[in-house]
Design a protein. Structure first.
Ligand SMILES: Cc1cc2nc3c(=O)[nH]c(=O)nc-3n(C[C@H](O)[C@H](O)[C@H](O)COP(=O)(O)O)c2cc1C
Length: 134
């Protein structure tokens, strides 16, 4: 939500890197509408979706205009002012430390600077081109 503007996308290409320092990585397509805002702001929040977020995930994973994506849920902020999803199972507020180019995607290595406590609920997973509760 800084000078690069607000952006968000559904992502499965997210995983942990290390616990010291707490860090994770996100792979982002350079053709994504979120690419310029995220790499300009150099901050992001990874919101782990619950099975209540199927429709929301479809919006963020489709070609919906960015304002409509954000209008479909409630948001707050932690340290970096990145959008923290209400009801997410976990939110990792991050500053991007390193960016590695790989094929069509950039790999964003991110330091986790704040966490929102875990909510109750089943996790939303994407498998065999469909959403499932886990
Ligand atoms: C289940 C699912 C997982 C996705 N995972 C990623 C991902 O890890 N990285 C990525 O750059 N895009 C991923 N996408 C695509 C983005 O969400 C993409 O931004 C979205 O299709 C909208 O494109 P746009 O923001 O350029 O309009 C995924 C889409 C879906 C539906």
């Amino acid at each position: 939500m800084d000078q690069g503007g607000r952006a968000g996308f559904a992502a499965t290409a997210v995983c942990s890197v290390s616990d010291t320092p707490p860090s994770l990585l996100v792979c982002i397509n350079r053709n994504s509408s979120a690419y310029q805002p995220v790499t300009t702001n150099r901050v992001l929040c990874v919101n782990v979706t619950s099975d209540q977020h199927r429709t929301l995930s479809q919006l963020f994973g489709g070609k919906t205009p960015v304002d409509e994506r954000f209008a479909a849920a409630s948001w707050s902020m932690l340290e970096t002012k990145s959008p923290v999803l209400e009801g997410a199972l976990e939110s990792f507020d991050c500053r991007i430390r390193d960016i590695f180019v790989s094929g069509s995607h950039d790999i964003l290595v991110c330091d986790v600077v704040a966490l929102k406590e875990r909510s109750e609920g089943a996790s939303l997973i994407y498998f065999n081109r469909a959403y499932h509760a886990l």
